[in-house]
Design a protein around this ligand. Structure first.
Ligand code: ATR
Length: 274
């Protein structure tokens, strides 16, 4: 019988996760299908109840459900508990759910890939933003004890995020005042959602340093084009998207899927949609 997987969110129609996972399911010849499931906020619990009645392997969970997914799971990995959010739920024999967060390892592997090294001990990271997406990034960097400064428009959020993950330093203020921080950073990671409303951060000269925006497609394009013109080496969040998907796939099936192939499929789909 065909098993079911999927991604639950609102909005969800733009998600590339079905493309990624269905590609891998076909590559492996697994009799399963991965669907985009539109579920408005507050309705995750009932959605999971109906999925438990079907032959469901697991689901990814995205905005606005990542906190509730953790709360509804019977057990959770240590990283999901610390981050306070889950993006991967796996159905157990007793129909309960276990929660994982694959954003953190997905981010870390995509960063290592961008830098072409496993040794990040000398890096000084400046993280822009302190919202939901920043949490997994801060957790992952902190686990590796990487020098990190968090800069956010709203001071209190940067401070509380850095307090939770004790090694991180917090800075705050209008993002246009970030220059003193940016000059001493070796990597800048943008987790703000400003790109969705067309806001561009003035990065200043990059001199070949890495500017990594965890969004992708139209939301990242203007910012990354601008940073590139300023001499930054730029990366968007597609690698991270594929890497977190690969970590989820491994949890569900115990197999390592082809990340490069998935990345190509995503790039082709984005180009076709332009
Ligand atoms: P996500 O889950 O995508 O992280 P979020 O939790 O709403 O979404 O967080 C959005 C982040 O982008 C926040 O750090 C937000 O800053 P505030 O905490 O001050 O709200 C930041 N952000 C959004 N729009 C921004 C803009 N135009 N300029 C700078 N920062 C912005």
């Amino acid at each position: 019988m065909t098993k079911l997987l999927g991604v639950i969110g609102d909005p969800i129609s733009h998600s590339l996760s079905p493309l990624i996972h269905n590609g891998w399911l076909r590559d492996f010849g697994f009799p399963a299908t991965y669907e985009a499931m539109h579920v408005p906020g507050g309705q995750l619990s009932s959605a999971l109840e109906s999925l438990a009645k079907r032959d469901t392997v697991g689901v990814n969970v995205t905005l606005p459900h990542k906190l509730e997914a953790l709360a509804l799971a019977k057990t959770a990995s240590a990283s999901a508990a610390k981050i306070g959010a889950a993006n991967t739920l796996t159905q157990q024999q007793d129909k309960s759910w276990t929660a994982d967060n694959t954003d953190a390892p997905g981010f870390m592997s995509s960063l290592r890939d961008a830098l072409q090294t496993n040794d990040l001990s000398k890096e000084k990271v400046l993280l822009l933003g302190a919202g939901g997406s920043a949490r997994a990034v801060v957790y992952a960097l902190n686990e590796q004890a990487i020098d990190l400064t968090i800069l956010n428009r709203t001071p209190s959020k940067a401070v509380s995020l850095s307090n939770e993950f004790t090694n991180a330093k917090a800075a705050f203020g209008d993002l246009s005042q970030y220059k003193e921080y940016i000059e001493s950073a070796t990597i800048v990671i943008n987790t703000t959602s400003g790109g969705y409303s067309g806001d561009i951060i003035d990065t200043g000269p990059g001199n070949g340093r890495l500017f990594y925006d965890i969004s992708y497609g139209a939301a990242a394009k203007a910012q990354l084009d601008d940073a590139k013109l300023n001499g930054w080496r730029v990366r968007d969040g597609l690698n991270m998207l594929v890497a977190q998907a690969a970590e989820s796939f491994r949890i569900w099936f115990g197999e390592e899927p082809d990340r490069i192939l998935a990345l190509k499929r995503c790039q082709n789909a984005l180009e076709a949609a332009e």
